[in-house]
Design a protein around this ligand. Structure first.
Ligand code: SIN
Length: 270
């Protein structure tokens, strides 16, 4: 890795704050490569004081690939690529409250998400991320061997989820490996999450429920986690292929809002 950026790790295994990058400017190829290398190492990168416009946010997202459109979430500036992240005293729920990997119910789930926070509560509203390589590695060898060939069904019914906002497309559903291989690092990651994964194939309903409950509990182990405190103009870039995250709603009745740009990914493989 070259010396163009400075990294301040949040934990030894996941999350780093990046210094020396201005996301309101086009990044040189060398700078982008440094960021990408750091992202592969730390899985989630954080940036402070980035007064990005929505166009600059979109441009940063497009450096990673084609942009993803959420199936149903409301969006900003009349552009469905700019997903609205907003919770206030009138909200019925907080986006991303439970552990999940973004829209894993898509056939080709998003590889990356980039959240630019605009407004934060006076305290609270942190987000946690969990390292799914470590979650996989921490399973016993017999359990890894057992899970290796299995697939799971992911789905989400967004009907009524976002009030009277008209969905962008049909409810997503897909079958994916329980253990996926990351297309860049080639490392194995646990790929079931409590937000979207409904059923493990090839085992009974009782067995599937027990296995999923065990795996969802496993993901909650704090040794896999980092936690980020947001300020206005903080940005997080995370890899949905090897992390899960959850947003804490501990600031009612205050407001927290931002915009998420999401990047399309590939079909997960074993
Ligand atoms: C999400 O994208 O799942 C929401 C994350 C957050 O609001 O911190």
């Amino acid at each position: 890795m070259s010396q163009l950026i400075e990294l301040e790790p949040v934990t030894p295994r996941i999350g780093a704050i990046v210094h020396g990058v201005n996301l309101t400017k086009s990044l040189s190829d060398e700078m982008f490569q440094d960021l990408h290398d750091a992202w592969m190492q730390y899985l989630v990168l954080f940036f402070r004081d980035q007064q990005m416009t929505p166009d600059q946010h979109l441009e940063f997202g497009r450096r990673f690939g084609e942009l993803h459109i959420h199936p149903a979430a409301p969006y900003c500036h009349n552009n469905p690529e700019l997903m609205k992240i907003h919770t206030d005293r009138h909200s019925l729920r907080n986006n991303g409250e439970g552990w999940h990997s973004d829209v894993s119910a898509d056939e080709e789930p998003p590889m990356a998400s980039i959240l630019h926070m605009h407004r934060t509560p006076s305290n609270g509203g942190d987000t946690l991320w969990a390292n799914m390589y470590d979650a996989y590695e921490a399973l016993s060898q017999p359990m890894r061997d057992f899970l290796e060939p299995l697939t799971a069904f992911h789905s989400m019914n967004y009907t009524g989820y976002y009030g009277d906002h008209k969905p962008q497309r049909e409810n997503p559903q897909a079958e994916h490996p329980v253990i996926r291989v990351h297309p860049v690092t080639r490392q194995r990651a646990l790929y079931v999450n409590s937000g979207f994964t409904k059923r493990i194939r090839g085992v009974s309903r009782v067995e599937s429920d027990a296995l999923l409950q065990m795996l969802f509990e496993h993901v909650k182990n704090p040794t896999f986690h980092c936690r980020f405190k947001w300020y206005p103009d903080s940005v997080a870039l995370w890899d949905n292929r090897c992390t899960q995250h959850m947003a804490v709603w501990d600031y009612f009745p205050e407001t927290r809002s931002g915009i998420r740009v999401t990047v399309k990914g590939d079909k997960p493989f074993h």
